[in-house]
Design a protein around this ligand. Structure first.
Ligand code: C2E
Ligand code: CA
Ligand code: CA
Length: 397
């Protein structure tokens, strides 16, 4: 049974059909929610929002309404930086409901779920678990499609973020010797959100460590499964600079590896050098400790940041990943080719494994073969894929 802890918290029910409004009122009443506002149209709903603001903590809305339908309403909610949890309740087909939820998500709204009109009060109760009391000073949200911090924390707590894997190939043997874990976040409509959409929001919300540990935990479990199937590879995880600034991370990581029955050397940690200059000493301490523990450090996107070369001297990197832009431009631009060739040489001279990222064409692949002793990663070999698909791929390669 739900209790409303604050007399301020309101739920807004938007439906042009009086019978449906009554049904929702009865269901909410049976769950202990009595502080309700009703709107018969999108415009009336917006008027309530303008009046009550953050007091409205949840909106249960129909989709098909005259004048302003639910889709237009959501656009207005996003423009008003609305932070209420949204439940779409409609008699329309599942697929339409789901794509409407996808739209709400794309707007950066906090979508709690969708319900058919025939839904029970218990289904409603399950979705309302996601709403919380409004905070006194609600921070302004970035509503440019970036996920809301609450949604990210809930997603992390529910284990929604998962790794997809992209193999790293040995150019000479054509075998996969390692995989890189790339974070993915399933959407309400069955698609996947890529990291470029949620990593900045995760970092801004101070959740980088939580994501790192969550992804690493799954990667270790997957590595263990592969080991049991005699697939002897290592796996790489991406570490955000925020995580490298946390001095507790090495011990936490080492505990995870031990619990998984694996060795630190089974795990490669990729860090992007462009941010390595910020709070350098802290990051250096964490990375040096990780290296002392036996974790393999990899410098990611090599060549794109500043002072890449000094990082190679100061930090114990064992792997160098040349940014895809150099590979992609090398065939047409002599300068890019020169930098690519030199990066390979530097890596090799320093005794590092060198990986060319973003290999998309056979021409690029041939170039790398002629350069010799390089590993490669890119769409030409395999795109990032879920664990099951990667297992099949690894069994073949
Ligand atoms: P990254 O570490 O440089 O990863 C390589 C990115 O290039 C991936 O994008 C991958 O899907 C993409 N890619 C691979 N092969 C090709 C190719 O042949 N051509 C092109 N054009 N692209 C290719 P994705 O998965 O969207 O990841 C983007 C970035 O997000 C990553 O760049 C990494 O910096 C970051 N990231 C991914 N997962 C995590 C994570 O778990 N934690 C953190 N902190 N960052 C992550
Ligand atoms: Ca990477
Ligand atoms: Ca990279």
């Amino acid at each position: 049974m739900f209790e409303i802890q604050s007399s301020q918290a309101l739920i807004l029910v938007v439906d042009d059909d009086a019978f449906q409004r009554d049904t929702v009122e009865i269901q909410l009443g049976s769950l202990g929610w009595h502080q309700l506002k009703f709107a018969t149209s999108g415009n009336e709903a917006l008027a309530h929002l303008d009046r009550y603001g953050a007091q409205i903590i949840a909106i249960i809305s129909d989709l098909s309404m005259p004048d302003m339908d639910g889709l237009v309403l959501m656009r207005h909610l996003a423009q008003r930086h609305c932070r209420a949890g949204i439940i779409l309740r409609s008699g329309l087909h599942d697929e339409i409901l789901n794509s409407a939820a996808g739209l709400a998500y794309a707007h950066g709204l906090l979508i709690l779920g969708v319900l058919p009109k025939s839904s029970t009060h218990m289904q409603l109760a399950a979705l309302l678990m996601g709403v919380s009391e409004p905070v006194a000073q609600a921070p302004l949200e970035n509503c440019q499609g970036a996920p809301l911090p609450e949604r990210l924390s809930v997603g992390l707590a529910n284990g929604e973020f998962i790794p997809w894997y992209q193999p790293k190939m040995d150019v000479r043997s054509g075998k996969s010797i390692s995989v890189e874990a790339l974070a993915r976040w399933p959407t309400a409509v069955g698609g996947m959100t890529g990291p470029t959409r949620f990593i900045p929001a995760i970092e801004a919300a101070g959740l980088a460590d939580a994501l790192f540990l969550a992804i690493t935990r799954t990667v270790l479990a997957d590595l263990w499964t592969w080991r049991k199937q005699r697939i002897g590879i290592t796996a790489a995880v991406n570490m955000s600079m925020d995580t490298a600034l946390n001095l507790d991370v090495p011990d936490q990581l080492s505990e995870l590896v031990e619990q998984a029955g694996l060795q630190p050397s089974d795990l490669i940690i990729e860090v992007t050098e462009s941010r390595l200059m910020v709070e350098r000493s802290l990051a250096m301490e964490t990375l040096t400790r990780l290296s002392m523990m036996g974790f393999v450090l990899s410098i990611d996107d090599f060549g794109t940041g500043y002072s890449s070369l000094v990082q190679l001297i100061d930090l114990p990197f064992k792997e160098l990943k040349i940014d895809g832009s150099f590979i992609q431009r090398a065939s047409a631009e002599r300068k890019a080719e020169a930098i690519l060739t030199l990066s390979i040489l530097i890596g090799r001279k320093l005794g590092m494994s060198v990986i060319a990222e973003g290999v998309e064409t056979t021409e690029q692949f041939e170039f790398l073969k002629s350069a010799g002793g390089v590993m490669a990663q890119g769409y030409l070999f395999a795109r990032p894929m879920p664990f099951e698909a990667c297992t099949v791929y690894l069994q073949r390669h």
